[in-house]
Write a protein that binds this ligand. Structure first.
Ligand SMILES: Nc1ncnc2c1ncn2[C@@H]1O[C@H](COP(=O)(O)OP(=O)(O)OP(=O)(O)O)[C@@H](O)[C@H]1O
Length: 456
């Protein structure tokens, strides 16, 4: 039985019988799984401290000792671990009790290879689903197919070619570009083009996270590490083990945590918050920012050594106005998607609408184009989107740069339109995102979300 890479598990086998340990190991490793073994509880705890396991085959009896009492402790050390109790014929009622205590399954000895592998395969399926869910919760949003990155612009094509070249290495990649230029989409494409494609792609959004929070988000924490840590939790590096970690807005990564990140990138070593055990994770780092990192280094707000670790390869995404060749194609793709999703009749853009799309500056880049087209798909009454459906006509030079939407309280527009225009105007007048957030009376992570939502 062969195992697809995405269904490869890290398995811990705990048994006091050397022959069983050996036969389980051979059989599971043959199928492509990574196997560690332990012959007693102390050994099992050491293994659990060293690495993240997906599955544990646990003998119900180790010598005279029953492992039932240890089960809650194992779940506490690794709440994500699926434990399969392995038992002799006579102990089936105990195995049932084990299920009540949190075991995921049980096997009765002797375990023929097909039964063992079948059990592993079933739990691999569940574990892959779990990882996908975690990755989704970790902020993976409406994902783009990387083939959608195809471009008619020479500038964009050069970036794509370099991205293809580096994708299959483990080199760290730093993606630069204005907000909304597709840095997240590019990061996912690099993952999809790499040998890590069958493993997880995990995102961590750095803005608005304090040093304490980012340590726990990134590296995980153990129960009781701080007030409110009622359960041990895996960090993003654990979730991304074998795959890619995308660090969005790396320019906002807190200075106090930068030495720990540097160490992780250099040695792939880290500790969970509240736990002295040093762990390792095999993670490829892709980072992105719209900030000027060398300037931040010069101002003492970003470590130079970290910058050099991150920018082994730098990809610079051009703003949309510099690859205007792609505007109509992108708009057409978005229109098709949203018209289908909302069951609307629009199928294309009138010549006047195309003109307007081509002559707009797109300060919010592809994200703004996507939002504008989504709105147009909903508003257009016929098969063709007209210039007025784009909502770009309301743009007047309210703040001197032609970007403000010039809306006033009381205008016949939605609250969202007004909020978007207000945030855009405040951002244009503020020196930093933090200053803009203070003026708006919201915290920077809320501002970050709103900017994304409105394509600013
Ligand atoms: N080539 C593309 N094809 C289709 N959609 C795209 C493309 N590039 C970006 N998008 C869409 O535009 C939006 C913004 O993309 P993304 O989040 O990757 O930009 P970003 O540069 O990371 O922005 P920010 O700096 O604000 O995080 C997303 O909804 C994404 O799906």
């Amino acid at each position: 039985m062969t195992t697809p890479p995405s269904h490869r598990l890290r398995i811990l086998v705990v048994d006091d019988d050397r022959h069983i340990l050996r036969s389980f190991r051979l059989c599971l490793e043959d199928a492509g799984h990574l196997v560690s073994t332990a012959s007693d509880i102390a050994g099992a705890e050491r293994r659990l401290a060293e690495a993240v396991f997906d599955l544990c085959f646990l003998d119900l009896r180790l010598g005279e000792e029953s492992t039932l009492e240890w089960l809650p402790r194992a779940k506490q050390l690794a709440p994500w671990l699926r434990v399969v109790m392995v038992t002799g014929e006579s102990s089936v009622p105990l195995a049932v009790q084990a299920i009540q205590l949190g075991a995921a399954d049980f096997l009765v000895k002797p375990c023929p290879a097909e039964v063992l592998l079948g059990t592993a395969a079933r739990h691999a399926e569940a574990s892959v689903l779990r990882r996908r869910l975690d990755a989704l919760e970790a902020g993976k949003k409406d994902e783009e197919d990387p083939s959608g990155l195809a471009s008619a612009s020479p500038a964009m094509r050069r970036v794509l070619e370099l991205a293809h070249q580096v994708a299959d290495t483990d080199a760290s990649v730093l993606i630069l570009g204005e907000s909304g230029t597709g840095k997240g989409v590019m990061a996912k494409a690099i993952h999809d083009w790499s040998h890590r494609a069958s493993q997880s792609f995990v995102t961590i959004n750095c803005p608005g996270l304090s040093s304490e929070l980012i340590a726990s988000e990134l590296f995980g924490h153990v129960r009781g590490a701080f007030t409110g840590a009622t359960e041990s939790k895996l960090g993003r590096v654990d979730q991304a083990d074998g795959g890619t970690l995308f660090m969005d807005e790396i320019g906002d990564f807190p200075m106090a945590m930068q030495p720990k990140l540097l160490r992780f990138i250099q040695d792939r070593e880290y500790e969970r918050v509240g736990d002295p055990v040093t762990r390792k994770a095999d993670v490829r780092i892709v980072a992105a920012t719209n900030r000027d990192l060398p300037a931040m280094v010069a101002e003492g707000n970003f470590r130079e050594d970290l910058l050099y670790r991150l920018n082994v390869i730098t990809l610079e995404l051009p703003p949309l106005r510099e690859h205007a060749e792609d505007i109509i194609d992108l708009a057409q793709r978005f229109l098709q998607r949203y018209a289908d999703a909302y069951r609307r009749p629009a199928r294309g853009f009138s010549p006047a609408a195309q003109e307007r799309l081509l002559h707009y500056e797109w300060p919010g880049n592809i994200r703004e184009l996507k939002n504008v087209v989504e709105r147009a798909a909903i508003l257009a009454r016929g098969e063709q989107v007209g210039p007025d459906d784009l909502g770009l006509g309301v743009v007047v030079a309210s703040n001197g740069d032609g970007r403000g939407h010039g809306l006033r309280a009381g205008d016949p527009v939605t609250c969202d339109d007004l909020e978007r225009a207000h945030i855009e105007a405040v951002l244009a007048q503020s020196d930093s995102l933090d200053a803009a957030a203070r003026t708006l009376g919201i915290d920077s992570s809320t501002l970050y979300r709103k900017r994304k939502r409105y394509g600013l």
